[in-house]
Design a protein around this ligand. Structure first.
Ligand code: NAP
Length: 295
């Protein structure tokens, strides 16, 4: 079997198109564009690159971008004060504080200070609780993008066996909640799981969010399974170059899976598209407008 490639770039482009339509409609109704504030602390190069692409995508979708670059030495109190100002700013519909924050800053204190209605990363405990109880909140972008790819590929997910490998608050746990909400039978695996290959072999859907390059081998997969590879780690190659690798041994998986996301070009583009989607949804909710169609 040669697995079908799930094209995350194409799916993300379609979603971004729908977001741009929703943003234009919002502008027509309110006289302003949805606004996303991005906070970057320090000089961490990968974070700076993520922030650049998020800002570019925000502007391309016809939304307003508010950029706050702060020195690594900023105090926790000053950062909280900035979050308070953004919470109170009516032009700002979404607030994204790029992680990781410097060691002296308490991440949780900052993330829980963000107004849940503007928490477009979906990391606030209120939004995590809304997701867990099946209510409407803002859902973390990466798992939301994974769910959209799965629904595009498989349609109705009801009754399918799904395993999520990884239980982080950012990816694994919300992913499992979304799959449960879609009526999958969900297993959450982690570093203490026994017989992980057997657990994976039982699953129609495999979402790997571990951060261990190529850990999930081809012979762990059920033939025909749909595989979503969230992992992205830069790994030095024998020739000194660095290659982006996922958590799944891609070449092996191609022979067994029914469909699989590549790395890069799978989950990554959907994460940014879902950030824009969440910003548009938050903007509509804050203005009392109905949720835009297709988002
Ligand atoms: P994380 O917070 O480090 O969590 C990793 C999870 O993997 C933990 O729950 C850990 O289990 C589990 N794990 C570690 N070793 C394992 C093993 N040998 N067997 C089974 N499970 C194991 O990582 P994360 O933030 O969720 O990110 C995971 C990966 O996704 C990373 O490569 C990251 O770069 C990538 N990522 C990609 C995107 C994107 O947009 N494409 C977005 C976010 C993250 P314990 O809980 O037991 O320690």
């Amino acid at each position: 079997m040669t697995a079908k490639l799930i094209d995350g770039r194409a799916a993300a482009a379609r979603l971004r198109g729908r977001v741009a339509e929703a943003a234009a409609d919002f502008r027509g109704r309110t006289g302003r564009a949805p606004g996303l504030a991005v906070v970057l602390v320090g000089e961490h190069p990968p974070s700076a690159a993520y922030v650049r692409s998020k800002i570019k995508a925000t502007l391309e979708a016809g939304m307003e971008s508010f950029e706050h670059r702060l020195p690594a030495e900023i105090s926790g109190e000053d950062l909280l004060a900035l979050v308070d100002r953004l919470n109170a700013d009516d032009r700002v519909d979404g607030i994204l504080v790029q992680l990781p924050l410097p060691g002296h800053v308490d991440d949780q204190a900052i993330l829980t200070r963000v107004d849940p209605a503007k928490d477009v990363d979906g990391f606030h405990p209120i939004n995590a609780g809304l997701l867990a109880t099946g209510l409407d909140g803002l859902v973390p972008c990466t798992p939301l993008g994974c769910l959209m790819l799965l629904q595009d590929e498989l349609g109705d997910l009801r009754g399918l066996d799904a395993v999520v490998v990884g239980r982080s608050n950012i990816v694994g746990k919300p992913m499992a909640q979304l799959l449960l909400r879609a009526s999958c039978t969900v297993t959450i695996a982690h570093s203490r799981t026994r017989n992980l290959p057997d657990v994976v072999r039982r699953s129609d859907i495999v979402v790997a969010a571990v951060g261990r390059p190529e850990m999930v081998r081809g012979d762990w997969l059920k033939p025909g399974a749909t595989v979503i590879d969230v992992g992205q780690e830069r790994v030095e190659q024998p020739d000194g170059t660095r290659k982006l690798l996922g958590d799944v041994a891609f070449d092996e998986a191609l022979d067994v899976a029914g469909a699989i996301t590549p790395v890069p070009g799978g989950v990554g583009p959907m994460t940014i598209a879902c950030l824009l989607r969440n910003t548009a949804v938050a903007a509509h909710r804050r203005e009392g407008l109905p949720k835009p169609q297709g988002l």
